[in-house]
Ligand binder design. Structure first.
Ligand code: IFM
Length: 450
């Protein structure tokens, strides 16, 4: 519990997060093979300016610089993802050089007293597996479990905190349904299959890994535009179903929500579920990772209502006149409190880590400084919501700012900057922004300023 207004519980972890494809670069070095994001981003028209993660923030070559940056920012913990295509080569063999990189990273963190939080899958599926159907193919779950075992054998003696998947919603529905993320497929049936196979992969990996194991979900409060309008109410139910409950319920309760199963029936969703799957998927976890950015305020008066609706843009947001970030996402700090309280009230309770929270803004560099007051305010407001949730009894153990560095923001390329440290993409110089320096003081004090 909190002892005074702005103070966080003792031992609360202050971290920052990145993901392999977004920061590492070195896409064709040391035996790394192609991922779906290499292929997708090189396909004309898929990313803003045709940007790719080939070089990204050059983190692979600037590891020591970035470790020093973490120390400068007073981080207790660093959340990163392992690149599957660096670990297993196209012949299915273990790539020692890929493992070496993560050993250097983990050892460097431990030497500095920074706790590693390792995510096994942050969207960079090896392209060779996509060529065999990707996440729409059940076999991919077994391949993931085999890869998880390799990483666990290499790093399990030093890494205690494990996340199986990051945001399976995006990997399945945005990648295979809406087609705006890799592999860029617009196949609602494949998207439905991908949901289950990703969750199965989570369950299989969970049964292998020892330590503190969790999954990271991107969660949203969802409200109907008109709470008295049946179509808006149903849209809110469906969006909440797809974004939140389709992932929370199997993982935390061992069952899919009945209404979502019904919505997805025309896509043959249930045909993918085999006996025993939900026992694996619903095996108890040690923590839940929550990524939070914004909320949804939805209408049911526009959009596709055919059985294939999950393949289209299925969230029809209506602005509430709130400030928005450069992504066009409404700033809704109270929504983080709502999400955390909902977890506390409606699901079996377990420790929670906020594994991502942050915002893109159009930063400007003036005399070498990036005075990103809007981002600082965003962090302050959202951390206030976390603190309020803890005061209300929710067991939140840590918070990871997204992101440590400006990086490759997927389909948005380098046009959107989320870093608490600025990256000059010509020189790769890192400069802590005002928000980063502020975050460092909060981390050191374990408290928000009065
Ligand atoms: O950059 C992404 C991250 O990879 C996953 N969560 C949301 C972030 C901002 O869009």
């Amino acid at each position: 519990m909190l002892d005074s207004a702005g103070v966080f519980p003792e031992g609360f972890l202050w971290g920052a997060a990145t993901a392999a494809y977004q920061v590492e670069g070195a896409a064709a070095e040391d035996g790394r093979c192609e991922s779906i994001w290499d292929v997708f981003s090189r396909t004309p028209g898929r990313t803003v300016n045709g940007d790719t993660g080939d070089v990204a923030a050059n983190h692979y070559h600037l590891l020591d610089v970035d470790l020093a940056l973490m120390t400068e920012l007073n981080l207790d913990a660093y959340r990163f993802s392992v690149s599957w295509p660096r670990i297993i080569d196209d012949d299915g063999a273990i790539n020692r050089k890929g493992i070496d990189f993560y050993e250097r990273l983990v050892d460097g963190l431990l030497d500095r007293g920074i706790t590693p939080f390792l995510t096994l899958y942050h969207w960079d599926l090896p392209q060779r597996l996509e060529d065999r159907g990707g996440w729409a193919n059940r076999d991919t779950a077994q391949h993931f479990a085999d890869y998880a075992q390799v990483v666990h054998e290499a790093l399990g003696d030093r890494v205690h905190n494990w996340t199986t998947l990051n945001e399976p919603y995006c990997a399945s529905l945005l990648g295979y349904g809406a087609g705006v993320h890799a592999p860029g497929r617009r196949e609602p049936k494949a998207a439905a299959a991908a949901v289950h196979h990703l969750l199965l992969a989570h369950g299989m990996a969970r049964s292998i890994i020892r330590g503190d194991v969790g999954i990271t979900l991107n969660l949203y409060p969802v409200q109907p535009v008109n709470p008295y309008d049946a179509q808006d109410i149903d849209a809110a139910r469906r969006v909440d179903g797809l974004q939140n409950r389709l992932f929370l319920d199997p993982v935390l309760r061992g069952e899919y929500p009945a209404d979502v199963l019904e919505d997805l029936a025309p896509l043959g969703f249930a045909d993918h579920i085999r006996p025993g799957d939900l026992n694996l998927i619903g095996a108890p976890l040690d923590t839940l990772g929550v990524n939070y950015y914004t909320g949804h305020h939805v209408t049911g008066h526009v959009g596709d209502r055919t059985p294939e609706w999950i393949g289209s843009e299925h969230v029809h947001n209506v602005g509430r006149g709130l400030p928005t970030t450069a992504m066009g996402w409404e700033e809704l700090p109270d929504g983080l409190f709502t999400v955390l309280n909902r977890l506390h009230d409606e699901y079996p309770r377990l420790p929670i880590h906020i594994t991502e929270n942050g915002a893109a803004y159009d930063d400007t560099v003036v005399d070498g400084r990036i005075d990103d007051h809007a981002r600082r305010r965003y962090f302050e407001q959202h951390l206030g919501a976390v603190r309020d949730a803890i005061a209300a009894g929710v067991d939140v153990r840590g918070y990871f700012a997204w992101s440590l560095l400006d990086n490759f923001e997927w389909a948005e390329g380098y046009a959107k900057r989320f870093g608490i440290a600025h990256v000059d993409f010509d020189t790769f110089a890192r400069t802590p922004k005002l928000s980063g320096r502020w975050y460092a003081t909060v981390a050191r004090a374990n408290a928000l300023p009065e």
